[in-house]
Design a protein around this ligand. Structure first.
Ligand code: PLP
Length: 426
């Protein structure tokens, strides 16, 4: 039996993805192999526990597929340990907090308007009620340099148990070595949430925090890493050490994390997603993926320049990764939500975003955030970035002219449909 209603919606979503250009920096298009693994019979299986230590029988192949995912993840990120079970990025972060912290402990993390993610202690999250988040910021929003001196002072004053770096809207690279030196002074667990840049780190085009003394990486698998929607935790530490599994010692972090994920937070792992993670890690090990990651960065740098040429004011003056944050309010006197909905009308999808210390509220912020992972998967190159910037500028200039926007939408569609979706390619 076919569910015609859902089938129709899937077809409509496929067309939406094909007809427009996806510029949300946290989105991507997975390969057909990743899609097939997600749609596989592994979804039928309950596998509570870890390979070799499950609650139910029938685990011959689930154990193998989870071990494959674990080994590939460790290799890709030079980690001693990988937990591939977190259902997504938010539970991965929650698991690390609960593995290491006690209620009331201090955590030093990036200010949310300067780039940090909601799960880094936004007041609307459960973590913010349990732990005390202290904020560091950029010293200079025109260059993006983080105020490491302030970070050091905050660390010495508040003695955080955990220092967190990572972002969802910061276009520059973090000085992991400096953060690690600060962390050492106060004996903090050093955690990098690499959700946005995991693919760029895996490909070696951005630095890996584990190489600079960080203890833990949390991530999603569906952004630049181009895998299924899911989470991942990687760590340094001794896996077969002689400490009690619950002992809060930095070398024991792999055990603490495993216990925090299951049974601490989650029930049965999503084995079809873990199979798809294994496929994505395999794909990320191929030379083509390194080329892909380089192209993401080149496309983002070109797009940043093309936007600057058209009077878009960019926070930090440009980008060193895959994402761009623009203050459209000061550039064009339009708030981010208006720009987002205007561009939606022409088939360019991006999102409104707060800018550092935004004077406007989160649902009507000053900024927009965009990036190149998805359009790069689609096959767009540097030469195509000027076209995107030009469409953006023309749409903004004509944001109240619906017939003009309709004609632009047709132009975008004519262009976009020349580039196939990876799931079309087989
Ligand atoms: C840096 C960062 N961490 C965590 C998350 C949360 O991931 P998820 O939405 O998969 O729970 C995101 C998602 O946008 C993110 O950007």
């Amino acid at each position: 039996m076919i569910d015609e209603e859902v089938k129709k919606l899937i077809n409509q979503e496929t067309n939406r993805q094909r007809d427009g250009l996806e510029l949300i920096p946290s989105e991507n298009y997975v390969s057909r192999s990743v899609l097939e693994a997600m749609g596989s019979v592994f979804t039928n299986k309950y596998s509570e526990g870890y390979p070799g230590k499950r609650y139910y029988g029938g685990q011959e192949f689930t154990d193998q597929v989870e071990n494959l995912a674990i080994e590939r993840a460790k290799k890709l990120f030079r980690a001693d340990h990988a937990n591939v079970q977190p259902h997504s990025g938010a539970p991965a972060n929650e698991a690390v907090y609960s593995a290491w912290l006690e209620p009331g402990d201090n955590v030093l993390a990036m200010d949310l308007s300067h780039g940090g993610h909601l799960t880094h202690g936004s007041p609307v999250t459960r973590s913010a009620h349990l732990y005390n988040f202290i904020r560091y910021k950029m010293k200079d929003v025109t260059t993006g340099e983080i105020d490491y001196e302030e970070m050091m002072q905050l660390a010495l004053t508040h003695k955080p148990k955990l220092i967190l770096v990572g972002f969802s809207s910061y276009p520059r690279e973090i000085d992991y070595l400096k953060v690690a030196q600060i962390g050492k002074q106060v004996n903090a667990l050093l955690v990098a949430d690499i959700a946005h840049i995991a693919g760029l780190i895996a490909a070696g085009v951005l630095k890996n925090p584990l190489d600079f003394g960080f203890h833990v990486l949390t991530s999603t698998t569906h952004k630049t890493l181009r895998g299924p929607r899911g989470g991942l935790i990687l760590s340094k530490g001794e896996v077969g050490n002689s400490l009690k599994a619950s002992q809060k010692d930095i070398v024991n972090i792999p055990n603490l994390i495993d216990r925090a994920v299951f049974p601490g937070m989650q029930g049965g792992p999503h084995m079809h997603i873990i199979a798809a993670k294994a496929v994505a890690f395999f794909e990320a090990m191929q030379p083509e993926f390194v080329e892909y990651a380089k192209q993401i960065i080149n496309n983002a740098a070109t797009l940043a320049q093309e936007l600057t040429d058209r009077k878009f004011k960019l926070i930090t003056g440009g980008t060193s990764n895959h994402l761009i944050l623009s203050d459209v309010y000061s550039s064009f006197n339009l708030s981010g939500d208006i720009v987002e909905s205007t561009l939606d009308k022409i088939g360019l999808t991006l999102n409104k975003n707060v800018i550092p210390d935004d004077a406007l509220p989160p649902f009507r912020p000053s900024g927009i955030r965009l990036g190149t992972p998805a359009v790069t998967t689609r096959g767009l190159k540097e030469k195509d970035m000027g076209l995107i910037a030009e469409w953006m500028k023309s749409a903004i200039d004509n944001h109240d002219n619906d017939s003009y926007l309709t004609s632009l939408k047709e132009e975008v569609k004519q262009f976009s449909t020349k580039f196939k979706l990876p799931s079309d390619l087989g």
